[in-house]
Design a protein around this ligand. Structure first.
Ligand SMILES: O=C(O)CCC(=O)C(=O)O
Ligand SMILES: [Fe+2]
Length: 395
């Protein structure tokens, strides 16, 4: 643990804890100058876990790979494959009772949602979260009415398929919930490490995020090759997942080895392949985390390409939310906005008309203007607004 000699004890303990929990931040192709790094800043070797490397990964591409030690990738993917192999009628039975407000747990049919109206997303999905404990209305908020309504929606009961014990076996729901818990625990460790990498004490992000666990979501996807369902919107371009950034703190992606996930730097138009290696998971940083970091951590635009026929791709994505009522500190929101303005100018200079592409992000900020509202609007309200847009294919 030589790199951590000289850190204050809580920080050293954190870092040692990260290593011993075998989060295994893989380091290798990173260059020390984050701003000018052009290679994929994904990580290849478990030996050196340290705050500096995490900071570089977070502030260059905002995507990195970890050894999957604390997450059972095979069990998760197997549970996913068995769900998507169910007969259509059984999948459709997994419907959220409260499907209002754009947000639903349960089955997402083929092409059932699209990040941008310009694409058909050739995938089906399934969304679940923590089992609500019935105490959600006791959460604290400065805006109790909105928050308790919003929380009720986000904490709607899980919509497992009918007779799932018979169709999928008694171990299926426990496996799904175990995977959720493993990701939640890993996300808590990552939030501690990212707090330190941001220059704060380890509990900094946890203070905003505590209470975010129950509203955090797991979404599993089954991507189809382009030859599937040719009758669906034949004139509209097809993709697995259209370009977007993730809106929240961070995403944990478990994927099979098909590949197709790509990300890009804020100042570039080229897509960078995110490798799909066995025994690894992928972390993608989100818009909310980026704003809290004054915009210095990147929430990358990413997308998923269609798998080549006849391949199908399976992935599990865990969306780690902050608590419903979380606000970005005003000074951070202001500085994130300034940085977004600078980035937009740089993109325009470098990319010309290609810089004008619109993406599905938490705040549709025109050249960064709009990010200040993160300091005054609770995260949960912004999130529900986004889900409404997804349901209408209008984000
Ligand atoms: O399936 C994947 O690998 C990523 C999907 C994704 O980016 C998302 O759902 O936000
Ligand atoms: Fe995403």
């Amino acid at each position: 643990m030589v790199p951590f000699v000289g850190l204050p004890p809580p920080l050293a303990a954190l870092v040692v804890g990260l290593a011993s929990a075998a989060i295994g931040l893989l380091v290798g192709t990173l260059r020390s100058d984050a701003a000018s790094a052009t290679a994929v800043p994904l990580l290849v070797n478990v030996s050196e876990v340290n705050v500096k490397q995490l900071r570089i990964a977070a502030s260059s591409l905002g995507v990195f790979r970890l050894a999957a030690d604390s997450v059972d990738v095979e069990a998760a993917l197997e549970a996913s494959r068995s769900f998507f192999a169910l007969p259509e009628a059984v999948k459709w039975s997994a419907k959220s009772a409260t499907g209002v407000g754009g947000f639903k747990r349960g089955y997402i049919p083929l092409a059932g949602e699209s990040g941008l109206r310009d694409y058909v997303e050739l995938k089906e999905g399934f969304c679940y979260g923590a089992e609500p404990d019935g105490n959600e209305s006791t959460a604290t908020s400065s805006n109790a009415t909105t928050e308790s309504n919003g929380l009720k929606l986000l904490l709607s009961p899980n919509a497992w398929p009918d007779e799932h014990e018979r169709a999928l076996g008694p171990a299926w729901v426990p496996t799904m919930l175990r995977h959720l818990q493993a990701c939640e625990a890993l996300s808590n460790q990552l939030l501690r490490a990212l707090s330190v990498a941001m220059g704060h004490e380890a509990g900094f992000l946890g203070a905003l995020a505590t209470g975010g666990e129950p509203i955090s979501l797991m979404r599993l996807f089954h991507y189809f090759p382009n030859t599937t369902a040719p009758h669906v919107a034949p004139a509209v371009p097809r993709i697995g997942s259209s370009p977007h950034s993730d809106w929240h703190l961070l995403t944990i992606v478990v994927q099979d080895t098909t590949g197709g996930l790509q990300a890009r730097r804020p100042d570039a138009a080229e897509w960078i392949d995110v490798p799909a290696e066995p025994g690894e998971i992928v972390i993608i940083l989100g818009d909310y985390l980026s704003a809290i970091s004054n915009g210095s951590f990147v929430a990358p635009v990413h997308r998923v390409l269609l798998p080549p026929p006849p391949t199908e791709r399976f992935s599990f994505t865990y969306f780690r939310y902050p608590q419903y009522g979380a606000l970005v500190p005003a000074e951070s929101a202001r500085r994130a906005q300034q940085r977004a303005l600078r980035n937009a100018r740089r993109r325009r200079r470098k990319l010309g008309s290609r810089a004008a592409e619109a993406f599905n992000t938490l705040i549709r900020a025109t050249e960064g203007v709009g990010l200040e509202q993160l300091a005054t609007t609770p995260f949960g309200d912004l999130l529900l607004h986004k889900w409404l847009g997804v349901a209408a294919n209008k984000v």
